[in-house]
Design a protein. Structure first.
Length: 484
């Protein structure tokens, strides 16, 4: 089986969020399964960060795609033998800022072209006109809107025999752009239609993928059901209902090499389920690093997240003074909505020994917050899968989550019954409101006071099999089904 895994980001080459974690870990996990016979290649743009980290790359082809002169370079992932094919075009991809926006967070105006090129190259590599003469994929696995046009190009332009899967990581982001891009993207105008890639008068990269891909997947079983409803489908629920037989929900895993408290290189002291005391040393070091009171008896609540309405963290600032009065501390890492950033910054200024607010992306600090905190807060209004709650389970940091998407599939609420049958792993907010979140945090604090019960909750979470190996198996089975 030859698989091309097309994505807009992959850790450790380039990362803005969970898609990068999935793209970096899933191909590696599948390639290591005993039942997998074949190889996987990763396709993504050659951003500056990718060029800096890609191992021993060389140019393998020069092509013109959508009027753009591009080179295909190949190299190896820094942490595995997975081969990477990167699309090099300095004007499109070697810019100051991130993969999707400039240093001020403003989306690049030519994103339709930048990711149209990514999709078009993906399609060409699956066609008889591929510049890789000796390697033709049996299957392409596309991810999110940035590669959504690939299945459309494969069907409408290339008559490709390669099977296609599109994974939805967050249906809220649909890649919708003005119809004026139709010509430059070389999309057939006849298919700018509701039975095609048209969406409310715009070109939708995501809808194109949902309509033309052979199979669809998303990142948790519950989210696969939710996106077929008006509440969570963001206008695409009707199309997804018609394709429900082709849609599979598979819960994400975590990279156990990267996220393992027993071996985590970011931590000042490693620990495991059988040697949990090291976690106390990490908490102490984190409190020192962030300027918080170094008090082992102060419950430390961690947040590592995009600060957006989706994540439900706008509910937290109004509760924090009360929780600080109860002795709580907060270690917050994230960026997003400026109003929410300002609220957390104001609280950090008001309570400098109890609240630490850190903006931006810091891999080292995220690992230490995950390990050093006593609780991890993630009350999302919707959450396709979520990875941070999985990290919380692995690190003995019970998550406080809402009952949606992958959170519902991965965290079991602590009750008398779940404590008795050893399934309690965290705390579930019944409704995404400030009042409900406060009640749930207070309940969690009550359990935290009983160290014997708390240790049981930690142990239950740390014993969960949430590695990518367990998730890779159903993906491989889905690949095999798609090829059949």
């Amino acid at each position: 089986m030859r698989v091309l895994f097309a994505t807009s980001e992959a850790y450790p080459l380039i990362k803005t969020g969970g898609l990068a974690d999935v793209s970096g870990a899933l191909p590696k996990a599948i390639s290591q399964l005993p039942d997998f016979k074949g190889d996987i290649k990763l396709l993504l743009p050659a951003y500056s960060a990718v060029l800096a980290k890609l191992k021993a790359f060389k140019t393998i082809a020069n092509i013109i795609v959508l009027g753009q002169d591009c080179s295909l370079i190949t190299g190896k992932m820094p942490d595995s033998d997975i081969e990477v094919i990167a699309i090099k075009n300095a004007a499109l991809y070697e810019r100051t800022g991130g993969p999707y926006s400039d240093e001020n967070g403003i989306d690049w105006l030519d994103n339709p072209l930048r990711f149209g090129v990514l999709s078009r190259v993906a399609s060409l590599l699956c066609s008889a006109n591929s510049p890789l003469k000796t390697w033709l994929p049996d299957l392409i696995h596309c991810n999110d809107w940035q590669t959504g046009l690939a299945p459309a190009y494969m069907k409408l332009l290339d008559n490709s025999k390669t099977k296609s899967i599109l994974s939805i990581h967050n249906i809220a982001f649909q890649g919708c752009f003005n119809a004026n891009w139709l010509t430059q993207l070389e999309l057939p105008a006849a298919h700018f239609d509701m039975n095609g890639f048209e969406y409310h008068g715009q070109i939708s990269f995501l809808k194109a993928g949902l309509f033309y891909a052979d199979k669809l997947s998303t990142v948790s079983p519950t989210y696969a059901k939710e996106i077929q409803t008006a509440e969570f489908g963001f206008g695409l629920e009707g199309l997804l209902q018609t394709r429900s037989a082709d849609l599979m929900g598979i819960l994400n895993g975590i990279d156990a090499d990267e996220w393992n408290p027993a071996t985590d290189k970011h931590l000042p002291k490693n620990y495991s389920n059988s040697r949990i005391t090291g976690k106390h040393a990490v908490k102490h070091a984190l409190q020192q690093q962030l300027g918080l009171d170094t008090n082992a008896n102060a419950p430390l609540l961690g947040v590592v997240s995009r600060l957006t309405h989706q994540k439900g963290l706008d509910l937290l600032p109004s509760l924090m003074p009360k929780l600080v009065d109860l002795g709580c501390q907060f270690a917050i890492l994230g960026s997003g909505e400026k109003k929410l950033e300002a609220s957390f910054n104001a609280l950090a200024e008001r309570y400098p020994a109890q609240v630490s607010m850190n903006t931006g992306y810091h891999e080292h600090l995220s690992h230490n917050i995950m390990a050093g905190s006593d609780f991890f807060i993630m009350p999302s209004r919707f959450e396709p899968c979520g990875l941070n709650q999985l990290y919380g389970l692995a690190y003995g940091t019970p998550p406080i989550v809402s009952n949606t998407g992958g959170l519902a599939d991965s965290v079991c609420d602590t009750t008398t019954l779940t404590l008795k049958n050893n399934s309690a792993t965290g705390f579930v907010v019944k409704n995404v409101t400030s009042a409900s979140l406060l009640v749930t945090i207070q309940q969690a604090l009550g359990f935290w006071q009983d160290k014997k019960i708390w240790r049981k909750i930690q142990k239950n979470g740390m014993l969960q099999d949430i590695s990518w190996v367990s998730s890779a198996k159903p993906y491989l089975s889905f690949y095999q089904q798609t090829l059949k």
